[in-house]
Design a protein around this ligand. Structure first.
Ligand code: SF4
Length: 65
């Protein structure tokens, strides 16, 4: 599973970092970033899927490898 944030879409709402703080953070400008080493995960993706739903602009995506 690969987690990505579309920085062109992100408006810095912060819902992803609030929902899954182990996976997402916000840069100095408030835009979301996937934390180093967390772009690929094999664990239970419940919170990541919640973050996908929580993003108001659909900037978070998860793809299966
Ligand atoms: S929830 Fe969406 S818009 Fe908000 S910081 Fe995360 S990716 Fe950006």
């Amino acid at each position: 599973m690969r987690i990505q944030v579309d920085k062109e879409r992100c408006v810095g709402a912060g819902m992803c970092a609030l929902t899954a703080p182990d996976v997402f953070t916000q840069d100095d400008d408030g835009f979301s970033e996937v934390l180093p080493g967390r772009a690929e995960t094999t664990g239970e993706p419940t919170l990541v899927k919640e973050a996908v739903r929580a993003c108001p602009v659909g900037a978070v995506s998860v793809t299966q490898d």
